[in-house]
Structure formats: structure tokens, C-alpha cells
Ligand binder design. Structure first.
Ligand code: HEC
Length: 109
């Protein structure tokens, strides 16, 4: 039966898609990190507040780039709130993947 032959193929494709996402960052691990390291300032929803920018819905590549910019000192944060020194590249990819999964702030027109 054709269907029986196709099942393993579908399983394999599914497996590869899941591992591709992991390589870019694990949102489940990212959520744990975000809750302890980021939510105090950027909020549980990642929408920030009057003086913290929203990071929810941010493109993961941009997010990682900005985190790296703080880490290398390329981007200066006046109050030195953005302490990212102890984040590894994997940590950054994971938090970025998590925040990308949250709904972005409403667009200002
Ligand atoms: C102590 C408060 C604080 C904590 C904790 C914190 N942030 Fe921030 N974050 C800020 C502030 C304030 C800014 C704006 C700084 C500036 O002027 O560049 C900012 C900026 C950012 C930006 C740049 C946003 C943009 O629009 O370019 C990103 C991305 C970001 N934070 C991600 C994170 C992540 C991820 C974490 C957790 C690992 C985190 N922040 C933890 C206060 C915080």
C-alpha cells in the first residue's frame, strides 16, 4: 500500500524541519531564559514600557545582531541596562527565537 510507504517519508521530513528550527534557536529554552533575564524590563509579553523598547515579534536575525552589538560595545546603552555579557550565542539565538514567536506591538500608523 502506497500510504504505508509514505508514512516514514513524512516522518523524516517532519524531523528535519524540527531540527532546522532548533539550529536557529530553541524558543522553549529561550522562554526560560527570557523569564529570568529579560522579562523584568521588557515585560512578560516583550512589549516593553515607557523606557524599554518592545522586542516581541522582532526578526530573530535583527534581534541577535542587536544583542551582539551590545555585547561588543558597538551599540551603547546609556544606562547600561542591557547586560548581555553572560549570554552565549546559543542563548541569544534561543531568546530571539522565543521573542519572534510572540505577537509584535500594534503598528503605529
Ligand atoms: C535592566 C533592564 C533590561 C534587561 C534585564 C534587559 N533589557 Fe533589553 N533593553 C533595555 C533598555 C533600557 C533598552 C534600550 C537601550 C538603548 O538605549 O539602546 C533595551 C534594548 C533592547 C534591545 C534593542 C531593541 C531595539 O529596538 O533595537 C533588544 C533586542 C533587547 N533589549 C533585548 C533584550 C533581551 C533578549 C534581554 C534578556 C536577555 C534583555 N533585553 C534584558 C533594558 C533591559
Amino acid at each position: 500500500m502506497l500510504i504505508m510507504k509514505l508514512i516514514p517519508v513524512v516522518v523524516v521530513i517532519f524531523f528535519f524541519q524540527v531540527s532546522a528550527v532548533q539550529a536557529e534557536g530553541d524558543p522553549v529554552r529561550g522562554k526560560v531564559l527570557a523569564e529570568t533575564d529579560c522579562a523584568d524590563c521588557h515585560g512578560d509579553d516583550g512589549l516593553g514600557d515607557y523606557d524599554r523598547p518592545p522586542i516581541a515579534g522582532m526578526d530573530p536575525k535583527t534581534h541577535i545582531k542587536e544583542l551582539m552589538n551590545y555585547k561588543t560595545g558597538k551599540r551603547k546603552d546609556e544606562n547600561e541596562d542591557m547586560v548581555v555579557d553572560d549570554l552565549s550565542e546559543q542563548d541569544m539565538a534561543d531568546v530571539a527565537a522565543y521573542y519572534a514567536s510572540l505577537p509584535p506591538p500594534p503598528q503605529k500608523e
